[in-house]
Structure formats: structure tokens, C-alpha cells
Design a protein around this ligand. Structure first.
Ligand SMILES: Cc1cc2nc3c(=O)[nH]c(=O)nc-3n(C[C@H](O)[C@H](O)[C@H](O)COP(=O)(O)OP(=O)(O)OC[C@H]3O[C@@H](n4cnc5c(N)ncnc54)[C@H](O)[C@@H]3O)c2cc1C
Length: 364
């Protein structure tokens, strides 16, 4: 008999498992995949840690979370500075003085502000009604056309004029020469990969991979006093109220016989013609010097049941459906739902750690 059965060896499950074990509880962790670490899983290819479920950059303003995670890995000084490629023209991201200088030749922040204001006025937008108008009012027409429109339409599969403005409410725009994408106090990549970091969290804890909880629920439930479930909440209830929707991403990963393909970890392709949204060159997350390189092209795609769920679609319809599932989840006596799938919520890694620590505090 275990005190806790933890379903999911991702960050939420691993953080909870560590906390429970350190407080004297007996826990069993299971995952239906054949590996631990959930979506932050990294697989070693040609000596390079490949971010199998999408590029993951750790960033946080929460010192408690930063100190916590540093118990399990040493972090390098990686700073996320993506490059935008628009038909061969290269721009710095997020939008900053380097971007404005390349776009218009402006030198000072005042000149950049003036240029944006001029384009905003010319577009005649007072109350932005959609993403297109919101973007133009924040950064002007040129940046919208070259760096936002194509990329966003590929990402969402819909014209910007039909997307809600709130998606880019907080578009990072800086009037400084600063290519650091995240405004976070702490940032980096765990040296040796995320899988190693999660393995350190689960050190000494019983973990069974390749076990699907929902295939054998009664038998597995009988093993423990309490269950922490980090899988999809709708799957737990057999989709009885309908399936929650997601946006998905497809990755095409390739090993290339060159030490340096694009010179940066992330390059966004912002035109409409290139079918992928970006290329990740994994070695640069850890300043790799390997003779070969591994790249992943990312294609945004509609999600259908059975696909890997990535981004929850928090529109009205799905939020209302989730609210119903949540009610059912709260009524379960023995089971606690957590993490990005259990709560149908986009969580950055630091937020999911915060949430798992809070859950452990309540539970234990
Ligand atoms: C493309 C992409 C890029 C991202 N990039 C960043 C980034 O740069 N920085 C950042 O901070 N965050 C990033 N995130 C967010 C990050 O991935 C999440 O915060 C984190 O993975 C959430 O951990 P979790 O434990 O909740 O979920 P998961 O990692 O998904 O873990 C859940 C686990 O439960 C298992 N499971 C599900 N159902 C069952 C079942 N029935 N039986 C057994 N096991 C089951 C799954 O196999 C999975 O391993 C990104 C997310 C995406 C989608």
C-alpha cells in the first residue's frame, strides 16, 4: 500500500513526489509514456539534448522556485534571443531598438516611437477590435506585416483580422537595445538536459513507465490512499461531457552533418509562404560544440483526439466545458487533479512547480 499514487512523471508529478517522499510518505509514480519528465523530456542525439516536445527555456521571477529547481540541476546562462527571418531579412526579437534600426534605420528611442505613432495614426485605429488592429497600434504596420502577420496566422490557422486582440495584449516592445526575450530575474537551461533534472527529483522513488492509469484504474487505485492525477481531466471522466480542445504542434527533427546550421537556438520564419513557424537548433541551448547538429522544424496544427495535446484553447466554449469537468473533479474524494492537463491550463514550468509545491503544502 502506498500513501500516494502519482499519475504522470512530468514536472508536476515529480515535484509532488519529491515533496511527499521528503515528508516520509510512500509514493508510486506511473507514466503511460516510456520515459519520465513529461513534456520537458530531452533525449540525447549525437551528444545533443533534443527537446522532444518543443523547446523549453526555464525562466522565473520567483526566487523560491529558482532555489528549489537548483537543488536538482545546475543551470547555464542561456538567454532566449530568437531571430526573425522574413524572406531572408533577419530581425532581432523581441521587438527592440535593434529591430527598429533594421526596419527603419532609426537610431534613438524617440525616433522609433515617432515612426510607430505615425503608422498607427495612418492606420486610423482608435479602439483595436482584433489582433491585426491591436498589433498595428502597438508596433505599426511594417512590423505587423513583416514580423507578426504570417507567423501568427500560421500559428492559429486563421487570419489575424479574425483573431481576438487579447492574444497579443502584452506584446513585448522595448525601446532599449535588449534582445533578451524574457523579462525574468532568473533564466537558463539545466546542464545535461531536463530528463537528468527530473531523474534527480525522482531519485530513490519508485517509478513505473509504460503504465496507463486509465487502462487499469481500479487495480491501481487500490494500491494507494490518495491519487494525484496529472493527465487530461476529460480523459479521466471518459470524455462524458465532450472533449476539451487543444492546438497542436508537429515537429520534424533532423540530424545534420554540420556543426552550425543557423547560428541560434531559435529562428522564427515570419512570412506566410514558409510552412513551418520556426526552426530550433537544440545544441545552442547548451552552447554545444558537437561536430553534428540537430534541428526541429515546428508546424502548428489543428488538434484531433489522439494527437499530443499542447496548448489549451481557452475560448468561451472550452472554458465552460472545463468548468463542468472541474466541478466533477472537485467531487472526487480520493483524487487531486494538477498540472497543465489536469487543470486544462497553459502553465510555464515555474508556474507548474509553484502549483505542485502549493498542492504538496495543502495535501501534506
Ligand atoms: C510547445 C511547448 C513549449 C513550451 N515551452 C516552455 C518554455 O520555454 N518555458 C516554460 O517555462 N514552459 C514551457 N512550456 C510549458 C511546459 O511544457 C509545462 O509547464 C510542463 O510540461 C507542465 O508539466 P506537467 O507535469 O503539468 O505536464 P506534463 O509534462 O504533460 O506531464 C503529464 C504526464 O502525465 C502523463 N499521463 C497523462 N495521462 C496519463 C495516464 N492516463 N496514465 C499515466 N500517465 C499519464 C503524460 O504522459 C505526461 O508525462 C511549453 C509547453 C509547450 C506545449
Amino acid at each position: 500500500m502506498y500513501d500516494y499514487l502519482i499519475v504522470g512523471a512530468g514536472l508536476f508529478g515529480a515535484v509532488f513526489a519529491r515533496e511527499a517522499t521528503d515528508r516520509g510518505k510512500n509514493v508510486l509514480v506511473i507514466d503511460k509514456r516510456d520515459h519520465i519528465a513529461g513534456n520537458v523530456y530531452t533525449r540525447e542525439v549525437e551528444g545533443i539534448n533534443v527537446h522532444e516536445y518543443g523547446a523549453h527555456i526555464f525562466h522565473t521571477n520567483n526566487k523560491k522556485v529558482w532555489d528549489h529547481i537548483n537543488r536538482f540541476a545546475e543551470f547555464n546562462r542561456f538567454t532566449n534571443s530568437p531571430v526573425a527571418n522574413y524572406k531572408g531579412e533577419l530581425y532581432s526579437l523581441p521587438f527592440n531598438m535593434y529591430t527598429f534600426n533594421r526596419m527603419w534605420g532609426v537610431i534613438t528611442p524617440d525616433e522609433a516611437r515617432e515612426k510607430i505613432e505615425e503608422q498607427r495614426k495612418a492606420a486610423g485605429i482608435t479602439e483595436p477590435r482584433n489582433l491585426e488592429e491591436q498589433a498595428i497600434s502597438l508596433v505599426g504596420t511594417d512590423i505587423y506585416e513583416k514580423l507578426i502577420r504570417g507567423y501568427t496566422e500560421k500559428q492559429w490557422g486563421r487570419p489575424c483580422s479574425e483573431l481576438p486582440a487579447f492574444i497579443i495584449k502584452r506584446l513585448p516592445v522595448r525601446y532599449t537595445f535588449d534582445n533578451n526575450y524574457f523579462n525574468a530575474l532568473y533564466q537558463g537551461i539545466p546542464m545535461g538536459g531536463y530528463t537528468k533534472m527530473v531523474a534527480n527529483m525522482l531519485d530513490g522513488i519508485e517509478v513505473r513507465t509504460g503504465v496507463d492509469y486509465l487502462d487499469d484504474k481500479d487495480k491501481l487505485d487500490a494500491l494507494a490512499e490518495r491519487v494525484i492525477f496529472t493527465g487530461p481531466v476529460d480523459a479521466y471522466f471518459g470524455y462524458e461531457l465532450g472533449a476539451l480542445q487543444y492546438r497542436s504542434v508537429r515537429f520534424e527533427t533532423e540530424v545534420l552533418d554540420t556543426p552550425n546550421y543557423q547560428g541560434n537556438a531559435a529562428v522564427n520564419f515570419t512570412d506566410s509562404e514558409t510552412p513551418y513557424t520556426r526552426i530550433i537548433e537544440h545544441k545552442f541551448f547548451e552552447f554545444g560544440q558537437q561536430p553534428k547538429t540537430v534541428i526541429s522544424r515546428e508546424y502548428s496544427s489543428e488538434w484531433k483526439q489522439g494527437d499530443e495535446p499542447y496548448y489549451p484553447v481557452n475560448d468561451e466554449k472550452n472554458s465552460a466545458l472545463y468548468a463542468q469537468y472541474r466541478k466533477k473533479a472537485e467531487a472526487e474524494n480520493k483524487v487531486v487533479f494538477g498540472g497543465r492537463l489536469g487543470e486544462y491550463k497553459y502553465y510555464d514550468m515555474d508556474k507548474v512547480i509553484e502549483s505542485a509545491l502549493a498542492c504538496a503544502e495543502r495535501e501534506l
